[in-house]
Design a protein around this ligand. Structure first.
Ligand code: ADP
Ligand code: MG
Length: 229
């Protein structure tokens, strides 16, 4: 069982609190949505949850342990072994192939190359990219790159999966695929947080935290257009 809990997070950027008091909790088997207009603090919140940026106030705890107490090396180890983040800009290495990008986290963790190759084949296939595996990612379309980034995060079967607008560039068929795979990851025990505008992704969430100017408002799924505090 994994639990990720954020307590009253604050992120100050450019002299203002772009994340201002965000709390959320997600356990194995759950998908929590972060919704809200562009600029409301979704991506910044995901960076804090991943331990990539330190909060200016508040705490992120993974299985009860404060990420701030882990130190730089501890947080790196966490991202290598337990937490995967799909960035809004995907964060792929453009000169590497789709397959090499998916294999990268396995290499960093010094895992068996044969297992990495098998995982890359499997996950690229599940995302409909079987025939794109050996193409450099700078030669792929935006939607294809988005799916490579998802494959890379899903392939390591992380305990915590953080995903930033995973369907922004996907057509309907691939959106269905991506949503199905996120649900499956949760069903296999991942704790998933997904920033999204997409009603189909919101639909899959067990809970939704709506952000307005960095401030949270918790709503039942499907009520993303509910009252704005
Ligand atoms: N490093 C930064 N420096 C200055 N402003 C930032 C920085 N990061 C984010 N912001 C600002 O914080 C706000 C929230 O950004 P972001 O978290 O990317 O929102 P969202 O993902 O919901 O669109 C935006 O107004 C953005 O311009
Ligand atoms: Mg964003």
């Amino acid at each position: 069982m994994t639990s990720l809990a954020a307590d009253r997070l604050v992120a100050r950027r450019g002299g203002r609190d772009v994340v201002d008091g965000v709390s959320l909790e997600v356990h194995s088997g759950q998908v929590v949505g972060l919704v809200g207009p562009s600029g409301s603090g979704k991506s910044t919140t995901l960076l804090l949850l991943a331990g990539l940026e330190p909060p200016d106030a508040g705490v992120v705890r993974l299985d009860g342990e404060d990420l701030a107490g882990l130190g730089v090396a501890g947080r790196q180890a966490l991202r290598r072994d337990r937490v995967a983040l799909v960035f809004q800009g995907y964060g792929l290495l453009s000169l590497l192939t789709a397959r090499e990008n998916v294999e990268l986290p396995f290499r960093v963790a010094r895992r068996d190359p044969a297992a990495a190759a098998a995982a890359a084949t499997r996950w690229l296939g599940l995302l409909g990219l079987g025939d794109r595996a050996d193409q450099r990612t700078d030669q792929l379309s935006g939607g294809e790159r988005q799916r490579v980034a998802l494959a890379r995060a899903l392939a390591v079967e992380p305990a915590v999966l953080l995903v930033d607008e995973p369907t922004a560039e996907l057509d309907e068929e691939n959106r269905d695929r991506a949503v199905g795979l996120l649900r499956d990851a949760a069903d296999r025990g991942a704790a998933v947080v997904v920033a999204t505008h997409d009603p189909e992704v919101v639909e899959l969430c067990d809970r939704v935290v709506r952000l307005v100017d960095g401030r949270p408002l918790e709503l039942p799924p499907g009520d993303v257009d509910g009252p704005v505090a």
